[in-house]
Design a protein around this ligand. Structure first.
Ligand SMILES: Nc1ncnc2c1ncn2[C@@H]1O[C@H](COP(=O)(O)OP(=O)(O)OP(=O)(O)O)[C@@H](O)[C@H]1O
Ligand SMILES: CC(C)(CO)[C@@H](O)C(=O)[O-]
Ligand code: BAL
Length: 373
């Protein structure tokens, strides 16, 4: 593990707890605000011992599972967790089994030191507010998470997996066939290891929240799920760890998905209930934006592919023909922002992959249409 000492001001460093003790380390911040260091766990046994101690002391644990590259969306989950638990446990693990073999596992952003700084600052804020604290980070190795066989991302997949069918095969699951199998499997492992009282997941990944909700019900997990609203840029773009790969040109056009969903939402708010009546402006808008881009010079445009725009049942995520006023619905979509053509000298292209190529970026978003009665 990279040393955390370099993250600390020298005064804090002097008061830093021993670098390693019983399989965990400490993330130190300003000593005046902290009396409990955030412990960084790599292994299961010390984390379990720590969890047992919390239980004996009648403390409550809010779990925030992440893949790192932390942004304000993650911070919002942590703040919600701190508002109703004494201890917030953040997990940071880029789970290989949820990435298909042709997906962006290799280029997924890994920003460990920046993440520790984000959590340190956030914890100081929580300390000042007298709320629950980020008392532990669990950042396991892949050998720890997959102790028997190496993680397998192929569709037949050897190993031990959890699956929700057909829920996990729809929408995101149709485009990323191993995605929800990987998510459900790693989450089951994390839940078993961390034994949280409450879980904090972002609405941005709405189908993931439905998969977790189903897992809690079908496997009788003793924990409550909280779904936290999507944090957005001022223009509406949902924050996402992958946004760092967009660059300026694709960033500007990438708002198309949110705009399209908002147009469909307006139809619902104006009384439309039939699928086509709700969705047509969303398709018309995305087609128009794409046509406009295609008419532009290659050196100026940013092309994209719409994967889906969906109107679905709020629990099953199955497509619906008409919205039931007592249930509402979920509007969701995904677009793939393609690498820009003829990039210009000095153009801001976003982060490139290890081979200096632009990464295609999948953007997802959704709007929950609340029941009307
Ligand atoms: N903009 C956001 N607002 C609220 N929660 C979010 C937001 N973005 C991510 N989350 C939530 O944070 C948790 C961890 O997500 P993750 O680490 O995959 O980040 P991410 O930004 O979704 O990354 P990416 O979309 O690039 O995979 C998930 O519960 C996810 O829904
Ligand atoms: C829930 C999760 C941490 C599982 O790897 C991931 O899918 C994510 O970050 O949303
Ligand atoms: N936030 C979802 C994780 C993924 O796209 O792999």
């Amino acid at each position: 593990m990279a040393s955390l000492r370099c993250l600390l001001p020298s005064r804090a460093r002097a008061k830093q707890a021993p670098a390693k003790s019983n399989g965990f380390r400490f993330l130190s911040t300003s000593p005046s605000l902290r009396n409990i260091p955030t412990r960084i766990f790599r292994d299961v046994a010390p984390l379990r011992a720590y969890r047992r101690e919390l239980l004996l002391n009648k403390r409550t644990v809010g779990l925030v599972p992440t893949m790192g590259a932390l942004h304000d969306g993650h911070a919002s989950l942590v703040r919600h967790a701190a508002a109703e638990n004494t201890d917030v446990l953040v997990t940071i693990y880029v789970n290989p089994t949820q990435f298909g073999q042709n997906e962006d596992l290799a280029s997924y952003p890994k920003t460990w030191e920046a993440d520790m700084q984000v959590l340190g600052k956030l914890d100081q804020e929580l300390a000042s507010a007298g709320q629950g604290r980020v008392t532990a980070v669990f950042a396991p190795s892949t050998k720890t998470m997959y102790p028997t066989l190496p993680p397998d991302s192929s569709i037949p997949g050897v190993g031990s997996f959890i699956e929700m069918r057909p829920l996990g095969q729809l929408l995101e699951g149709a485009s990323r066939p191993v995605f929800f199998r990987g998510v459900a499997t790693v989450c089951m492992k994390l839940f078993n290891i961390c034994a949280p009282d409450r879980l904090y997941f972002g609405q941005k990944d709405i189908q993931q929240t439905r998969v977790i909700r189903r897992m809690i019900k079908d496997f009788h997990l003793d924990m409550d799920l909280r779904i936290i609203p999507t944090s957005r840029e001022p223009d509406g773009l949902a924050l996402s760890s992958r946004n760092v790969y967009l660059g300026a040109r694709r960033r500007d056009v990438g708002i198309v998905l949110n705009q399209a969903l908002r147009m469909a939402e307006t139809q619902y708010l104006n009384g439309k209930r039939l699928r086509n009546d709700v969705l047509w402006p969303a398709f018309a808008h995305s087609n128009q934006v794409l046509a406009d881009q295609e008419d532009m010079e290659p050196s100026k445009r940013a092309k994209f592919q719409v994967d889906y725009i969906s109107l679905a049942d709020p629990d099953t995520m199955e497509e619906i023909d008409q919205i039931d006023d007592t249930k509402g619905a979920i509007l969701s979509g995904a677009v793939k922002m393609l690498p820009v053509e003829e990039s210009q000298e000095g153009e801001e292209l976003g982060r490139l992959d290890v081979e200096n190529r632009q990464v295609p970026v999948r953007l997802i978003d959704n709007i929950v249409l609340d029941p009307m009665r």
